[in-house]
Write a new protein. Structure first.
Lengths: 271, 578
C-alpha cells in the first residue's frame, strides 16, 4: 500500500491539503451485550499518527467502541461484535488473526492506573519479554529505559527501577502504564479516560506526553472532558446513546458543529 | 446545611429530634445495647479460652511426665568369659550373649542379703525388659568393656517409673523412742521395743476396725429396711461380722493382724526394713523386706516406724517394690533423665520402651505424598475451572460435586482406598503411599475450593493490563493472576494439610491399625501415623501408656504448629516479594 510522506501533523497547521492516511477503519460496527444493543452502526476513520478523541455523555458507548479496536470485548461473556474494523486494511475480526499479536500492535491504557505488582523495571519489561523483543539483557534494559524516557518518567524513577510499581504516585503510575504500553512498539495506543483519576498537574503532564507520542503512534483517547479533547486531539468523534453523531476536525466540532445534539452537549445542556 | 429552595410538594417532615427526654433515653438504650453486645462477645471469647486452656492444661499435665524417665545407675561387672575369646571381635556374638544374669547380679550387689526367690524376682522385675538389651548394645559397641565393671544407667520398668514420679503412696515416718531389738536378719522376725512405740499404730488399726464395723452395720440396716426375705441371710452375716470387728476394736492390749486393706506398717532398723503382719503395743512381728545388717539393738532415734498411707490393695506398687525403690533412692542410685527413647524409638509392647518415631516418620512420609499429589492437581484444577473452562452445564455439575466431595465423611475415602488401591491395584497395605493417596483424595476438594476463591479474589484489572500488553490468556493467568492468588492458595493448603494430619478413620481402613515396631524407611513399607498411634496406645491396658498417649498428643500438636508456622512463613515471603 502506498504510504504518504510522514509529517508531524497538528491541527493548527492549516493549508495542509493531504488527508492523513487512515490507520484504523471501522465500517458499520454493531456491538451487543446479550440483548442490549450497545453500539449502533458506527463508521469512523482513525488517522495515523494523530490523536483522535471520542467524547460523549456517560454510557454512550465510547469506551465500548474503543475496546473493540483491540478486541478487549472478547473477554466479556455474551458480547457480540458485527461489522468491519480494519487496521492497515486487515480485518481484525478475521478468525485467522491472532488476537494476542493484535493486542501487541494495539496497546491500551486504562482509566485507573493498573501497574503490575512488580518492580518498575519488570512492569515495562514484561511485554518485550513475552514477545521476544530483546535478545540480551542489555537489549531489554535499553527498551525499558527508552520507553520510560518516551513516557516522560525516566528521570523520576531512574534511581528506583527495582521498587514496586504500585509505590509510585497516581500520575507516575499512569505514565508507567503508558511506558508499559509503548514498550512493545505498538502502532496504535488506545487510552480510556487516562486522566480521570489524576490531579490537574499530572493530567497536564500526560496531555503534553500525548503530543510527543503522536510522532510515533496513533492515539485514540476517550475522554469525559471536552476541554481535554479540545486541547490534545486533532479529530473528535461525538457519541450519543450508542451512535456516532458527528465526527470531524476538533476545531470544527467545538466551534461550529453541524448536529444539534453535538451543539447541546458542547454547551453543557446535558451530559 | 444550606437551605435549598424547593417547591412545597417536596417538603420533608420534621428534623430528627435530638434533645427531648425521649431522645436521650433512646441514646442511652442504644449505648446499653452496644455494651451488652460487647459483653456477649467477650463472654463468648472467655468461654472458648477457658475450654482451650483446660484442654491444654489437661494434656500437658498428663503428657509432660512422659518426657522424663527414671533409671537405676548400677555398677555392672562384665565377666571376661561373657563370650568365647576367639569371638571377642564379633559384635553379633557379643550381642547375643545372655546379659540378664549380669543385671541381676548387679542388682543383688546393690542390695545385699536377699535370700528369698520371690524377693529376688520382684527386684529384677523393677527393671525394664529392655535394660539387658541396652547393656548388650553398650558392650557390643565397646568390646573393651568385657572383663571390666561398668557404671551403667538401666531403664526402670513403667510401673517403677510411675511410682517414682509420685503416684504411689505417701510415706509417713516417725522415729522410735525406745530401744528396739530384732530377732533375726531375714525371713520372719519380731522386733521388740522397750517402750510402747507401737501403741499409736495399734490404736489406729482398732479405729479402722471400728469404722469398718460401723460400715457393715449400716449396710445390714440398709438391707433389712428393704424388707426383702432373700437378703435375710446376708443381713445375718453382716451383723455377725460387724459384731466381731466391734469386739476386736473394743479390746485393749491385744495383738492385731494387719491385712492388705490397711495402711502398711514398716520398721526400718539396722539398715533393713521389716513389714509388720502383727502389731501390739510393744512388739511387731513380720517379714523382712530389706535384709538387716545385724541383729544389734537400736537406740531411740536410730530406728523408725514408717507407714505407707495408701493400703496395699489400693495401689499398684507392692510394699516390697516400694521398699526396694526407696532404698535405691536413699543410695542415690536413681537418676531422672530426658526420655529420649520416646522420641527415637518405634513402638513397643512395654510402655517404657515405646516411642513415637515410627509414627512421626510415617506421618511425615504420608503427608509428603499428600502434598505432592494434592497441591499441583488441586491448583491446576482450580485454574482450569476458574479461567479456562467454558461456562457450561458440565462445569456447573463439576463445581457442585466438588463441594459435595468436601463434605463426604472421611471414612468413606478409606473404604474407597481399600477397594481401589489395595484390592484393585494391589498396593502394599498400611504403606505411606496408600495413606497419602487416600488423604490426597480427601483434601483435594478443600484445596480446589480455596484456590478458586483465591483466584476469584484477584482484581480483574491486573488480568486486563496483562492482556492489554499482548499477553495470551494463559500468560496472563500464570504470570500475573496465579502469583497474586498464592497467599490464598497457601492458606487453603495449610487448612487441608492440618486436616489430613489428624485423620484417623480412613487410615484405619487401609490397614494402618497394625502394631508396627520398625521405623519405616520408604513409602512402601508398613507404617503408622500419629493419630492412629494415639488411638492404639489409648486402648492398651498398661497404665504406663496413658502418659504416653498424652505425650503423643503433645507431639502431634507441635507437629501441627510447626507445619502451620512454616506455611505462614512461606505465605509472608510470597506476599513480601511483591
Amino acid at each position: 500500500m502506498d504510504m504518504p510522506a510522514q509529517s508531524a501533523f497538528t491541527g493548527e497547521q492549516a493549508g495542509h491539503d493531504r488527508k492523513p492516511a487512515a490507520k484504523v477503519v471501522a465500517r458499520h460496527v454493531d456491538v451487543f451485550y446479550g440483548d442490549k444493543h450497545a453500539i449502533k452502526d458506527v463508521t469512523v476513520d482513525i488517522a495515523e499518527r494523530s490523536v483522535t478523541a471520542f467524547i460523549g455523555p456517560s454510557g454512550c458507548g465510547k469506551s465500548t467502541f474503543l475496546r473493540c479496536i483491540n478486541r478487549m470485548n472478547d473477554t466479556i461473556p455474551g458480547c457480540r461484535v458485527s461489522g468491519e474494523i480494519l487496521i492497515d486494511g486487515n480485518d481484525i475480526y478475521d478468525p485467522a488473526l491472532d488476537v494476542v499479536q493484535l493486542r501487541a500492535r494495539v496497546g491500551m491504557v486504562f482509566q485507573k492506573p493498573n501497574p503490575f505488582p512488580k518492580s518498575v523495571f519488570e512492569n515495562v519489561a514484561y511485554g518485550p519479554r513475552i514477545h521476544g523483543l530483546a535478545r540480551t539483557k542489555a537489549d531489554l534494559e535499553e527498551i525499558v529505559v527508552t520507553s520510560l524516557k518516551r513516557a516522560g518518567l525516566f528521570e523520576e524513577v531512574k534511581d528506583r527501577l527495582g521498587d514496586p510499581g504500585t509505590g509510585l504516585s497516581g500520575g507516575q503510575q499512569q505514565r508507567l502504564c503508558i511506558a508499559r504500553a509503548i514498550a512493545v512498539e505498538p502502532e496504535v495506543v488506545l487510552m480510556d479516560e487516562p486522566c480521570s483519576a489524576l490531579d490537574p498537574i499530572a493530567t497536564a503532564k500526560i496531555e503534553e506526553l500525548m503530543g510527543e507520542l503522536t510522532e510515533r503512534y496513533t492515539i485514540v483517547i476517550v475522554t469525559h472532558s471536552m476541554q481535554q479533547a479540545a486541547r490534545v486531539s486533532q479529530r473528535t468523534a461525538f457519541f450519543h446513546l450508542g451512535t456516532l453523531v458527528e465526527f470531524g476536525d476538533t476545531q470544527k466540532i467545538f466551534t461550529s458543529p453541524t448536529d444539534e445534539r453535538t451543539q447541546d452537549y458542547i454547551t453543557g445542556r446535558f451530559g | 446545611m444550606t437551605d435549598i429552595a424547593a417547591p412545597p410538594a417536596l417538603t420533608l417532615g420534621q428534623r430528627i429530634d435530638f434533645t427531648s427526654d425521649a431522645a436521650r433515653a433512646r441514646v442511652r438504650a442504644r449505648y446499653r445495647a452496644e455494651a451488652r453486645f460487647r459483653l456477649y462477645g467477650l463472654l463468648a471469647l472467655v468461654v472458648t479460652a477457658i475450654f482451650l486452656l483446660v484442654l491444654i492444661a489437661d494434656i500437658l499435665f498428663r503428657g509432660l511426665p512422659a518426657f522424663l524417665h527414671h533409671s537405676l545407675v548400677l555398677d555392672v561387672a562384665v565377666p571376661s568369659d561373657l563370650v568365647e575369646p576367639q569371638k571377642r571381635g564379633d559384635p553379633a556374638a557379643i550381642r547375643s550373649a545372655d546379659y540378664f544374669p549380669l543385671v541381676r547380679d548387679a542388682l543383688k550387689a546393690a542390695i545385699p542379703g536377699i535370700e528369698s526367690r520371690s524377693a529376688e524376682k520382684t527386684l529384677t522385675r523393677l527393671l525394664s525388659t529392655g535394660a539387658a538389651d541396652h547393656l548388650a548394645g553398650l558392650v557390643a559397641a565397646d568390646p573393651s568393656l568385657i572383663g571390666r565393671t561398668v557404671r551403667v544407667p538401666l531403664l526402670l520398668s513403667a510401673d517403677a517409673d510411675l511410682y517414682l514420679k509420685g503416684t504411689g503412696t505417701r510415706i509417713a515416718k516417725r522415729w522410735g523412742r525406745g530401744i528396739a531389738t530384732p530377732s533375726g536378719v531375714s525371713g520372719e522376725v519380731t522386733i521388740r521395743s522397750s517402750a510402747s512405740d507401737f501403741a499409736d499404730d495399734l490404736a489406729a488399726v482398732k479405729t479402722l476396725l471400728a469404722g469398718r464395723a460401723r460400715q457393715l452395720a449400716a449396710e445390714a440396716d440398709r438391707l433389712q429396711r428393704t424388707g426383702s426375705p432373700a437378703v435375710a441371710g446376708r443381713v445375718e452375716e453382716l451383723r455377725r461380722e460387724a459384731g466381731e470387728l466391734h469386739a476386736r476394736a473394743g479390746q485393749r492390749q491385744t495383738e492385731e493382724t494387719l491385712d492388705a486393706s490397711m495402711p502398711s506398717l514398716l520398721v526400718a532398723i539396722d539398715g533393713g526394713l521389716v513389714k509388720a503382719t502383727k502389731v501390739s503395743a510393744t512388739t511387731v512381728a513380720g517379714e523382712v523386706l530389706l535384709p538387716l545388717s545385724s541383729q544389734a539393738g537400736a537406740r531411740g532415734g536410730e530406728w523408725s516406724v514408717n507407714t505407707y498411707i495408701t493400703p496395699e490393695s489400693a495401689r499398684r506398687a507392692t510394699d516390697q517394690e516400694i521398699a526396694f525403690l526407696e532404698r535405691f533412692r536413699e543410695l542415690g542410685k536413681v537418676e531422672r533423665h530426658l526420655n529420649t527413647i520416646f522420641l527415637l524409638s518405634g513402638d513397643s509392647r512395654e510402655p517404657e520402651l515405646a516411642g513415637i518415631r515410627g509414627a512421626l516418620v510415617g506421618s511425615a512420609l504420608t503427608l509428603l505424598i499428600t502434598v505432592v499429589l494434592c497441591v499441583p492437581i488441586g491448583v491446576m484444577a482450580a485454574v482450569y475451572l476458574e479461567e479456562f473452562a467454558p461456562k457450561t452445564r458440565w462445569t456447573d455439575l463439576i463445581e457442585v460435586n466438588i463441594n459435595n466431595l468436601a463434605a463426604v465423611p472421611s471414612i468413606v475415602f478409606g473404604l474407597l482406598g481399600l477397594a481401589m488401591f489395595l484390592n484393585f491395584f494391589g498396593l502394599p497395605r498400611s504403606a505411606p503411599l496408600v495413606g497419602g493417596l487416600v488423604l490426597a483424595l480427601l483434601v483435594l476438594p478443600t484445596i480446589i475450593i480455596a484456590a478458586r476463591a483465591a483466584l476469584k479474589a484477584v482484581p480483574p484489572s491486573i488480568k486486563e493490563a496483562a492482556l492489554g500488553v499482548g499477553a495470551s490468556h494463559q500468560q496472563a493467568v500464570f504470570h500475573h493472576v496465579l502469583p497474586l492468588a498464592m497467599p490464598g492458595i497457601m492458606t487453603g493448603t495449610i487448612i487441608g494439610m492440618a486436616h489430613a494430619l489428624g485423620e484417623t478413620a480412613p487410615l484405619l481402613m487401609i490397614g494402618m491399625v497394625a502394631f508396627i515396631v520398625d521405623v519405616p524407611k520408604g513409602f512402601t513399607e508398613a507404617a503408622t501415623v500419629l493419630p492412629v498411634q494415639i488411638y492404639l496406645w489409648s486402648d492398651l491396658p498398661e497404665v504406663g501408656f496413658q502418659a504416653k498417649t498424652a505425650a503423643a498428643i503433645i507431639v502431634l500438636l507441635l507437629f501441627l504448629f510447626a507445619m502451620n508456622g512454616a506455611a505462614i512463613w512461606l505465605r509472608r515471603r510470597f506476599e513480601r516479594r511483591w
